[in-house]
Design a protein around this ligand. Structure first.
Ligand SMILES: *Cc1c(COP(=O)(O)O)cnc(C)c1O
Length: 313
């Protein structure tokens, strides 16, 4: 059964119109949603760019503006071995004639994985450090950062990133009662909540946290004056064992969705968030007639790390 209305039959002639068709919010027709009397739409931020995908583009947009305004010639940043942020930074740096250095958590593997291979192809210099060394970012930064290099925190979390994510709200075609998305640092979710607050919309952000033991999330942005009133809830029960951990339920669910829609999800972020959305609907978390927007935050390369079902770093 296909869960999407088949819109491929009305393919427009121009590629730019095709892009518009695919990136507009689409309704997902799942009988489960109908039974619960809620509607669910999907916003395909995964289509923004194959490597600067989803929220990574939104987070890096104003950071890039700062880099260029300050006339820096290079970027230094951090990430894990499957970091979508490293890949997005590497690609964006290559496009803008900037040098990039990525400090990677963990010893150098015998063979680079797909993500790191692409980072290197985009010209990123990869520096592998042990997990202990990685923790001490201050001393790594002081060793590696020079006056011509711009430092981007791990995951791209910064005020610039919040501003870029807040802008997403202006693109919504409908009004929604809830926005559901996957969170790592929760910068994206917080930015969207800021955008909602600024526009005075009656919408709540439901942030599905993919890390285990990350109950501190939501307190980090206390410095924002309006923090107390941000319309955001954090859900901590859907990490499926922890960051980049999977279980059979998650994988079965994910492959079922992919085959029923032609939309790829990956197990680290988006599949967990969509599984959480489905479970929350089953538990009647959302009132009847809720109009829910699921944000596909991208990061699709992540699925390749699971092709042999190996556990990833
Ligand atoms: C990085 C990433 C996230 C997490 O974004 P945060 O702003 O750190 O919460 C979610 N989904 C995907 C696909 C990502 O690559």
């Amino acid at each position: 059964m296909n869960l999407l209305t088949c819109r491929v039959l009305i393919l427009p002639k121009k590629a730019s119109d095709l892009f518009k068709l695919f990136t507009e919010e689409q309704e997902i027709h799942d009988p489960l949603f109908k039974a619960a009397n809620v509607s669910v739409y999907i916003k395909r931020d995964d289509l923004i760019h194959p490597f600067i995908s989803g929220n990574k583009w939104r987070k890096l947009k104003y950071i890039l503006a700062s880099v260029l305004m300050q006339r820096k010639t290079g970027i230094l940043t951090f990430g894990g071995a499957y970091s979508n942020h490293l890949l997005a930074t590497a690609c964006l740096a290559a496009m803008n004639n900037l040098k990039s250095t990525g400090i990677v958590r963990g010893e150098k593997p015998a063979e680079l994985n797909e993500t790191l291979f692409l980072c290197q192809s985009f010209g990123m210099k990869l520096i592998f450090v042990s997990r202990e060394t990685y923790q001490d970012k201050e001393s790594l930064i002081s060793k590696l950062l020079d006056a011509n290099t711009y430092y981007i925190p791990e995951g791209g979390s910064s005020v610039e990133a919040l501003l870029g994510c807040a802008e997403m709200v202006d693109e919504f075609k409908r009004s929604y009662s809830h926005i559901v998305l996957a969170s790592g640092t929760a910068t994206t979710a917080t930015g969207i909540a800021m955008g909602i607050y600024r526009k005075g919309l009656n919408t709540r952000v439901e942030s599905i946290v993919v890390l285990r033991g990350a109950e501190y999330l939501g307190q980090e942005f206390n410095y924002l004056p309006e923090h107390g009133s941000l319309p955001i809830n954090f859900h901590h029960n859907y990490h499926c064992g922890g960051y980049a951990k999977v279980n059979p339920e998650l994988l079965t669910f994910m492959f079922g969705f992919i085959a029923a829609t032609g939309i790829l999800l990956e197990p680290v972020y988006t599949a967990k968030a969509y599984l959480a959305l489905t479970n929350l609907i089953k538990e009647s978390y959302f009132p009847q007639k809720s109009s829910i927007l699921f944000i596909h935050t991208g990061g699709l390369l992540g699925i390749l790390g699971f092709k042999n079902q190996e556990t990833i770093l």
